[in-house]
Structures are given as structure tokens and as C-alpha cells.
Design a protein around this ligand. Sequence first.
Ligand code: MN
Length: 218
Amino acid sequence: MKGVLTLLPEHYPFELVPLPYPYDALEPYIDAETVMIHHDKHLKAYVDNLNKTLSAYPKYQLWTLKKLITSICQLPVEVQIPVKNNAGGVYNHNLYFSIMNKPNNTKPSENLLILIENAFGSLERFKTNFKNAALNQFGSGYAWLVIDTYGQLSIMSSSNQDTPLMQNVHPLILIDVWEHAYYLKYQNRRAEYIDNWWNVLDWDVVSRNYSDFKQQIW
Ligand code: MN
């Protein structure tokens, strides 16, 4: 995934990052049709709408996704909301698709596990708290595991396409709890989707994101 991302331009015109696995890779936990619509239609629409929004504003066309999201208030007021929604939509989905993989038994790296145990007591308690954040997010949004610049982990939830990047923390894990992420297979059973989702979370990718972040900070 990282290899793919680095080949794509980091600024306007943004491109649809290809899925790093086939549509059916997440079966039986997330069905192929959901993955196809989610990636090829929903994510594509965020990419297209972000490009459309920025097309009339050459001044911001060299800004990266992260810069756009963290500097919203420097943008002309009429594009602040479309950029927040669409740049957030692109960032959040790129991260979501990148941290999943075919059903696997990966575990957090030793360092990350220690951090999780220090913050939440145990990996199981982290999963319970994370699930509660995802379940209690009213309406569309995400639950997150984030790390701050002091290396402290916390769980957050967010609405719509908001991202914790706006709060100066670095996302390690997110789960999409918009209905489009699970409705075809799970209908209103969000809890079941969340429970099953752990089977396709790739802790190797998450652990690598954590060690990359640690290297930047320390
Ligand atoms: Mn989504």
C-alpha cells in the first residue's frame, strides 16, 4: 500500500488509490459487492468532488491532503466545507482500505502492544472500548485509535468525514461506521459488523504505521 501511495501525486489532481487486494479479499466478513461500491463509487466520488472543488483554486492545488485538512481555515470560506468533507473522505477511506487485508491472525507489534496495554489495560479492553466508540457514534462517522505527539494513545469517534488530523493527533486505526460500509451484509447490525471487522484488520500495517510515526516524532 505504501508503495502504491508514494507513486501517486500527493496533491491536486488527486487520484483514486487502487485497492491493495481484490474486491472479495475480505470475505466472508465484508462482502465483495460492499467493497466494490465503497471503493469504486463512494471513495471515487470524494476524489472527484475534491478535484472539482480545487479546480478553480490554483493557489491550493499543490497542497497535500494532510495540509488541506489541517489548514481548512486558511482556505476561502466558500470552499472550506466542501474541502473538509471531500479531503476528509479521501483521507479517511485511503486509511480504512489500507489497514484491512484478507482474514488474518496478525497481532500488534511488541512495542504497540505494550502501549495499548498501558493505555487500556489489555488488548481485549481496547477492543471493547473501541467497539463502544464505534457503536455509540450516532449516525455516520468513524471510531479511531489515535496517538499524540507524546506517544499517548486514545480512542475517539467523529462524525461525517471529520478526521482527528484536525486535532493534531495521528490516526493509527479507524473503522468506517457509515451504513454504506456494512448495510448490504449486516443491515442494521452494526455491532456484528464491528465484531467481524477485527478479522480483516491487518495489525502488521497498523504496527508499521505506528513505528513510522514514532520515527518522525522522536
Ligand atoms: Mn465509507
